[in-house]
Design a protein around this ligand. Structure first.
Ligand code: PHE
Length: 366
């Protein structure tokens, strides 16, 4: 570069402009980052730039030549501006691409080895239970977690003032005046609860399909309980429902025994103890041999050799009637038990809360 034009000759001036233009373009092309391009800018534009200084030399030019020189200079400047703008865009885009590549996080990545993700213990347990019952010919049904009073209580033979309702510490939902869950009679229900058990799914199944019915309903249930080693306000149950001709209590006992040995192995068997549930008659609690000591007696089973798993019984005639099923023609049994508890026992976990704090060191053991 020869520096600013200080002489009057137009040709020299035009030649200088041309050199400044080529060198400017070269400087732009040589910038490989936005920072470098920014550094080149002062040499390209403004009064201090090469072209700027050439322009200041126009004063010594004859007036009639100034227009020609000015046009050449403007063209050169315009060319540099366009080249600069294009380069600035490209470099900014490249910088963004580079940054995105550098900061990219693969959220779907599963780390290799022992840190690899897997299903939660409760999900694993649910799936195993489903497998066992599906193997015995049952289907799997589901129902909503927010239920109306009708499905959670009334259709299950628990009218509003029934004292047995206090067996379930219920969480009521404030839903305003209307809900679309229905009250079982085509109307709109106003009383909505977080279901306290999976038994309302019995009603939904019987309403929606005719017998024979062989189904299980696993799912999340809710109670107004304070979390401690054996209670959580949110836990999981699995319900079983059979409705067919000639179903008797022995079918219930046999099904539970079959399930127990299929799930826990031949060493563990089941027994029934008389109990009470409003929706079954007769009702029973069902126990299994303690899975820790296999019936010998230990701390977990308080030396009895037995552990209570859940409730069961013959479906109450009122419940069948509530679902439009003729109890003279059809009979059935139902059972329900806690999934979390089962997982707890199977794996010798002593605090239910551990299942829900999601400490990876705990979860990775299963
Ligand atoms: N729903 C009962 C409970 O949560 C268990 C149960 C289910 C009892 C089916 C009898 C029949 O305690």
């Amino acid at each position: 570069m020869n520096g600013p034009a200080s002489h009057a000759g137009l040709d020299t001036l035009l030649a200088d402009i041309d050199v400044a233009r080529s060198e400017g373009l070269a400087a732009i092309a040589a910038s490989s980052t936005t920072d470098e391009l920014a550094q080149a800018e002062s040499g390209l534009f403004g009064r201090k730039s090469v072209l700027g200084q050439i322009k200041q030399g126009f004063g010594s030019l004859a007036v009639e030549l100034r227009a020609t020189a000015g046009r050449a200079l403007n063209e050169a400047q315009q060319e540099l501006r366009v080249a600069h703008a294009v380069a600035a865009d490209e470099l900014a885009a490249a910088a963004r691409r580079e940054q995105m590549q550098r900061e990219w996080l693969d959220l779907t990545e599963t780390p290799p080895g022992p840190g690899r993700g897997h299903l939660h213990l409760v999900t694993q347990t649910t799936e195993r239970l489903e497998d066992v019952f599906v193997g015995m010919g049952f289907t799997v049904s589901e129902g909503p977690q927010a239920e109306t009073d009708w499905y959670n209580f009334e259709a299950l033979n628990l009218p509003a003032a029934h004292p047995a309702r206090s067996m379930w510490d219920t969480l009521y939902l404030d839903m305003g005046e209307r809900t679309e869950l229905g009250d079982g009679e085509g109307g709109e229900a106003t009383n909505v609860v977080l279901r306290t058990h999976t038994s309302p799914v019995q009603i939904r199944v019987m309403e929606s399909q005719p017998p024979p019915i062989y189904t299980i309903c696993p799912g999340r249930v809710f109670r107004r309980d304070t979390a401690d080693a054996s209670h959580m306000p949110v836990f999981h149950q699995i319900e079983g429902l059979v409705v067919d001709r000639g179903i008797s209590f022995t079918d219930l006992a046999g099904t539970l025994e079959e399930f127990t040995s299929a799930y826990f192995g031949k060493a563990i068997s089941s027994r029934l103890r008389p109990s009470y549930f409003p929706f079954t008659e007769p009702s029973a609690e069902f126990d299994i041999n303690c899975v820790i000591c296999e019936g010998a007696g230990c701390q977990t089973c308080q030396r009895t050799g037995w552990i209570e798993l859940g409730g069961c019984g013959m479906v109450h005639p009122n419940v069948l009637t509530n679902c439009g099923i003729d109890f003279e023609e059809w009979t059935g049994f139902a059972f329900g038990f806690g999934i979390d508890r089962l997982a707890l026992m199977r794996h010798g976990i002593d605090d239910l809360r551990d299942m829900y704090t999601n400490d990876i060191r705990f979860l990775n053991q299963f």
